[in-house]
Design a protein around this ligand. Structure first.
Ligand code: MLT
Length: 256
């Protein structure tokens, strides 16, 4: 990365103005759990993930589309964190195992993450999704392509700010700085808006104790209330997956 990169952070999907993404690269983040699950699915060999904004749209897409295996795509998603009745999969990363998803198309409907992706898709010049599990891979790709203007979209949860999304944004920013050999990403190559600067500072202060910050957070507590605390564990596996989900023709695929 050589040219100066301007980085802004949107702290909740409700603050996203999709038209403002025109001419920008964007990364949607929903660490608990949609983008962790998407990264897991693509790393496990899923052919594509189509993010949609409603259960009706998910069912209609599944009825219309075929995946590379000639099958109707898998329907995945949650309502109030549990699997939507009649869907094949919920939104737990562990459900997207190779034996279940390899070669398959997946239509994904979640409360926040798939909706943020669906909203950003028509406008962003390039669209990726990231979570803690693939932050390093996505940051490396952003550094390689040298986007001049980048928006990190934190999905949040039910209209609320989510600390794990903000930390993931901060992690990406730090990695972008590191890719340029900078100790301080406020230096030469990155120009951060206030939210991006705060995300970077949060990451710097919290990266050694992610669990103790994320577990008491709103989204993690909500998952624990329905017995899904193992999903938080999965989502905290920093850099576990070397996969870059990128939007191609409306679907997320693994960048090759
Ligand atoms: C979402 O997209 O709203 C989240 O991934 C919710 C969840 O399933 O934990």
């Amino acid at each position: 990365m050589s040219a100066r990169m301007e980085v802004e952070v949107v702290t909740r999907r409700e603050e996203l103005r999709p038209e403002a993404l025109r001419g920008r690269a964007a990364v949607v983040i929903d660490t608990l759990r949609a983008t962790t699950s998407i990264a897991t699915a693509l790393a496990a060999g899923a052919a594509w993930v189509l993010p949609v904004d409603s259960e009706e749209a998910a069912r209609a897409a599944a009825a219309r589309l075929r995946d590379p295996l000639g099958e109707a795509p898998l329907l995945a998603g949650e309502r109030d964190r549990v699997r939507i009745p009649g869907f094949d999969l919920g939104n737990s990363p562990a459900e997207f195992a190779p034996g279940r998803v390899r070669g398959r198309g997946i239509v994904l409907c979640t409360t926040n993450g798939s909706r943020a992706l669906h909203a950003a898709a028509p406008c962003a010049e390039r669209l990726y999704c990231a979570a803690l599990v693939n932050a390093g891979a996505v940051a490396a790709e952003l550094g390689r392509t040298g986007a001049e203007r980048l928006t990190l979209v934190c999905s949040g949860s039910g209209g609320h700010f989510s600390v794990e999304d903000f930390l993931t944004a901060g992690c990406l920013i730090e990695r972008l700085g590191a890719a340029d050999g900078l100790e301080d990403p406020r230096g030469e190559a990155l120009r951060l808006d206030d939210a991006a600067l705060a995300a970077w500072l949060a990451w710097r202060s919290g990266r050694e104790r992610l669990r103790s910050i994320v577990e008491p957070g709103r989204a993690a507590r909500a998952l624990a209330r329905v017995g899904l605390e193992a999903d938080v564990e999965e989502a905290l596996r920093l850099d576990a997956l070397d996969v870059v989900p990128v939007l191609r023709d409306g679907r997320l695929v693994a960048l090759r």
